[in-house]
Ligand binder design. Sequence first.
Ligand code: FES
Length: 355
Amino acid sequence: MDVLEIKTPPGFFEMGSPKNLPCGGNCGDCAKAARRATDRAQPGGAPLSGKQSVHRGFRRFQFLTGILLVLSSGVGTYLLATDASLWLLAFSHAVGLMTIVALDLVLGLYSLASSKSAYLPSIAAAFLGFILQMGDVFTAPQYNMTISYFAHYLFGLWAFDLLLGLQLAVLIVGVIARPHALYLAKRRTRRGKELDYSKRGLLKAMGGIAGLIGIGVLLGSLKLTGPVQQGSQGSQSSATTATGAGAGSIAKVNNLQVGTPVLFEYPSGYPSALVKNQDGSLTAVSMLCTHVCCQLSYDAVSKVYYCPCHQSVFSLTGKVVRGPATTDLPTILLRVDGSGNVFPTGVSNPGPCQV
Ligand code: FES
């Protein structure tokens, strides 16, 4: 089959109407060519050279990268400002995220200003940010949670998902812009050198960004060296610790005051509380909130357990009084010996905190 090939003379579309073509310039191919010519045209009407066109394309990609990074920084700030569990449960993660937020903001602004030297660090920051956020899920055991439960919580946060999405978008833009970056880098111009688009340049950028985030996480982890975190935020904790009890027991029944919890660990390292009820019966529950495993504190005024992370409230018998937690606290099974010593013997309904 013969194919009719229409060749447009150089500069044809820039010169005016395509009157001498069989289609009169109204076919799809002509429209596409006209659009391309318009895209490449300089403000004065002259077509751009290949080099100028690549520069312009690269600037657009870098501008988009800048917008995505600034947005990512805003979403990270929102997470830091609204999720107290980050600060109370995983302080080092909070400081790590703070570092990522600051880097995203600075690199985003530099990208918006078309600074070529910010290009590779921007890609490196997005890559490391994405990997670290995903890696957060695997730190769940450190906070007494199962990985699947923590993943369910994290991916259920729209801000966390958006943060991941924005960093992924920066990486995708980086892949699409790669031919432009390579073209610019191969030309030994000042801009090409500034861009430093090479394996060495990428490793340098990765190392620098990883070092900064590492310093942030390290500074944050210094705060973790201490006893198990205690709840705060307005709660009054006046629970007592066991006194006068026999070896291995939590307390002596006769020493317990009605409605005043005694704190103990069961199993070892897991905070729990024992309380004597009005009718003389005993109840012991885990003091790890069933929402995201923050440690509860005892509110002596309202006689409830309060979670400082997202403000859940539980009764002294472990029932949910206010969410977001939806599951009652795990109950510790007890045995009382002939001398009135109380011993923990097991957990009746283990929750998401591996108790
Ligand atoms: S950890 Fe979220 S309410 Fe307790």
